[in-house]
Design a protein around this ligand. Sequence first.
Ligand SMILES: [Zn+2]
Length: 307
Amino acid sequence: MYLRWYDTVLKDIDQYILCHQPERGGALLGPRGQAVVSHFVPDPQAATTTVSYVPSAALGVAVRQLETQEAVEYKGIIHSHPSSLAQPSGPDLVEFGEQLRVNPHLGWFIAPIAVHGPGNPQAAHEIIRDQGRIAVYAARRPHPHEPGPVGLRRLRSGIIPSVFLVRALSQTLCGTVVGPRDTQRSAEHAQAWHIALRDGRQVLVLIGPEVPDHAGPQVVLLESSHEHRHLDLPWPSTVSDRVRLRMWLVAAAHAINQHPTRRSTLAVRQPPIPAPARRVLKAYQAASIPATTQRSPGWPYRTARRK
Ligand SMILES: [Zn+2]
């Protein structure tokens, strides 16, 4: 199994877990039936000792609330350990077994361990962060007829560079990123972002789990409340990440900055807007969008091993 993480989740984990001493933790959620983590819910009331971590009842309430608001399901729990123990402890395995027992929808219980200190770039199951690393494990329920301890395996992970791509595009266009950022329900598991341009137009960016390995983000230019253009931007798989990013940004800037009266001579191809983008577009046109402050981007393409 190959687990993909939105970089928004990793940033939340940095802030809530890796910037503090162990043990801290919270729940991981993602689109139903997909090996994708799109949401993190912190658990400040968890019961922790130096060797065990038990999530609180309040976390269960928060998770169920999120599951009713978004098209996501509970996937597991991440918690931190002292840096000498980058793997689940014995009491952790008991807790994972309990989580699998009370969550029959789970085939696997995602149970990463966050630790401080430098990681091993060769370890495929580790996600390297500035403040430490996340060793990604999953627990499998014991066979019903052969009760015993849960099975444990390491999971290879990849990053969906959502906030990174949106900030890079916003900087290129001299725009401002505005929220809301999540429309999981309407976008069929794509994160939706808005960039406000200085001329009053807006850019809608949809980033699904297929990014960056299999496709680029979908970009829609909202010219006015009635007029929009879906931009067909390059995302070649045969070049390096940096070259691909540069090609995507340059093409987006060209397509968005061209003067309206010259569009026909530049012959930009306008494919139809895919259904998920159409639904998000409708939701955005109906909603008011509060401005948020924009922070500087970082380079998030850092997992233990790239494809
Ligand atoms: Zn633990």
